[in-house]
Design a protein around this ligand. Structure first.
Ligand SMILES: Nc1ncnc2c1ncn2[C@@H]1O[C@H](COP(=O)(O)OP(=O)(O)OP(=O)(O)O)[C@@H](O)[C@H]1O
Length: 251
């Protein structure tokens, strides 16, 4: 499998605070990678660097390199809108737009200038099917997205991210605000989605990391302490800090 994401010696600062220290990581195409670690260790910061979401935060600084599909995403001439189309994001709390179910999914296509209604309709259906939501919403596409349950809204947000055909989906604790049934649906969805996408997921739930990911990275105080096959990380980690964390001795 080829690497789709390669970071080298990534350091990141919020003002004077050194939030990420020398992170070098390769992520294989069409795999699921989970980031785990105690609160404040830098998981979300690192995730957000992968589609330049941290650009929006003032007084921050990055050194090192982040390559996606062979391109330095912080290089000169990179179009950040194009990057975010290729590297989509799903947040902790479902954040549908105050629009209809259909228009939520069509949104990314419309802002990218797509006007072919037949194509938009087809892509909306494909994305909703891909997000395992189609059967639940196909008869009410014109209704407000806010009329859906939290779990359905989150799958709608996944469909919205998929509609513009990204190669990577970043998920920041996508199930933490959901009930157990919706959580299971999102986890099953992640299993399906990895046939077509590379998925990077931040989670506080270690069982979830163990269930959904191929590889797991354990972060602690801005460092990536250990990264490897999920089974190895959870059954026989090499570092004591990882062992302590996964056995609940800290964090
Ligand atoms: N916008 C910001 N400005 C200043 N410091 C920040 C900002 N965002 C995060 N930090 C700090 O950077 C560190 C890493 O935060 P980050 O959100 O990446 O951690 P995390 O591992 O995702 O935590 P959690 O699991 O609680 O979400 C923390 O110490 C946090 O306080």
């Amino acid at each position: 499998m080829k690497n789709i994401i390669e970071t080298r010696d990534v350091n990141f600062w919020y003002g004077d605070f050194h939030a990420l220290k020398n992170i070098s990581m390769d992520i294989e195409e069409k795999s699921v990678v989970a980031f785990i670690g105690p609160s404040g260790c830098g998981k979300s910061t690192f995730l957000r660097l992968l589609n330049r979401m941290n650009d929006l935060i003032p007084d921050t600084r990055l050194t090192g390199s982040v390559q996606i599909n062979g391109q330095d995403i912080y290089g000169k001439g990179v179009n950040v809108d194009e990057l975010r189309k290729d590297v989509g994001m799903v947040f902790q709390r479902p954040n549908p737009f105050p629009k209809s179910i259909f228009e939520n999914v069509a949104y990314g296509l419309r802002v990218n200038g797509v006007t072919d209604t037949q194509f938009i309709r087809q892509r909306v259906e494909e994305s909703l099917r891909g997000a395992a939501l189609w059967d639940e919403v196909k008869d009410k596409l014109k209704e407000s997205a806010y009329a859906l349950s939290g779990g359905q809204q989150q799958r709608l947000c996944i469909a919205r991210a998929m509609a513009v055909s990204p190669s990577v989906l970043l998920m920041d604790e996508p199930a933490s605000a959901l009930d157990p049934i919706s959580t299971t649906k999102v986890e099953e969805l992640i299993h399906e989605l990895k046939h077509d996408y590379t998925i990077v997921i931040v989670t506080h739930n270690m069982q979830q990391a163990a269930r959904v990911s191929d590889k797991t990275a354990f972060f602690y105080m801005g460092q990536m302490v250990e990264y490897g096959d999920t089974k190895t990380i959870f059954i026989s980690p090499k570092k004591e800090q990882t062992q302590n964390y996964i056995t609940g001795r800290f964090g």
